[in-house]
Design a protein around this ligand. Structure first.
Ligand code: ADE
Length: 224
């Protein structure tokens, strides 16, 4: 999988991709993540990448020219399965969409800033708009990092069996059951007896019951 990210703040994304799962996926050659700085595409002599919105509204929008030219150039170099704009008014991200996107070969993510991007760019280039939740971030970068992490962990071979993505919360429509580790008793707090029984069938049943209980309590909407 190849992910290209167009941003005015590439520095904000370097950290998240230099650690943990995404780093591992890149090192194993299973994913490629490329950061493209919008400032490299501007023809403005002061390297300005924002502009005022028509209509006199407050705030700024990303300038048309660098964003247009950057998207056109990147699209001319490869076929993207999706050109995703990260925006609070996009589709709320959920595991089903992540699963579907994880099958893509090439994804371009466009990070908005200020008040966003010109609607004509959305109309002509963007194939999918994603929000990571009902709150407003200062830009799309952290949302792009979240989406990238969620995608990369599903790429076959990136994570080992020890943290199988198939047992993640949401993968079976339920939240994950509670987990415990050694020692079996700590501070007088005991691990549920069944987990020490060695009876794998009984343990699976217990985990399913706990997952269902937790989902009913915390996210009954998932059961609808
Ligand atoms: N940009 C700003 N806020 C965002 C959000 N909640 N999701 C995705 N992109 C955003």
């Amino acid at each position: 999988m190849r992910i290209d990210i167009l941003t005015v703040l590439p520095g904000l994304l370097k950290g998240p991709f230099a650690e943990s799962i995404v780093k591992r996926g890149i090192e194993k050659g299973l994913v490629e993540v490329n950061l493209h700085d919008l400032r490299d595409y501007t023809t403005n002599k002061h390297k300005k990448v924002d502009d005022t919105p028509f209509g006199g509204a407050e705030g700024m929008v990303l300038a048309m020219q660098p964003l247009h030219d950057a998207i056109v150039k990147l699209k001319s170099e490869r076929d993207y399965n999706e050109v995703i704009f990260l925006t609070p008014d996009g589709e709320r991200l959920a595991q089903g969409r992540v699963n579907q996107l994880s099958l893509c070969g090439n994804i371009l993510m466009v990070c908005g800033h200020y008040k966003g991007i010109d609607q004509r760019l959305r109309d002509h280039f963007i194939t999918l708009e994603i929000s990571i939740g009902d709150y407003v971030l200062s830009g799309g970068e952290l949302a792009a990092a979240v989406l990238t992490d969620a995608l990369v962990r599903l790429v076959p071979g990136v994570i080992g069996d020890e943290m199988s993505a198939l047992t993640d919360s949401f993968q079976d429509g339920l939240l994950a059951p509670p987990v415990y580790t050694r020692p079996a008793e700590y501070n007088g707090w005991k691990v549920p007896e069944v987990l020490l029984s060695g009876d794998h069938k009984k343990i699976r049943v217990w985990e399913e019951e706990e997952a269902l209980k937790r989902t009913k309590e915390r996210r009954p909407d998932l059961l609808d």
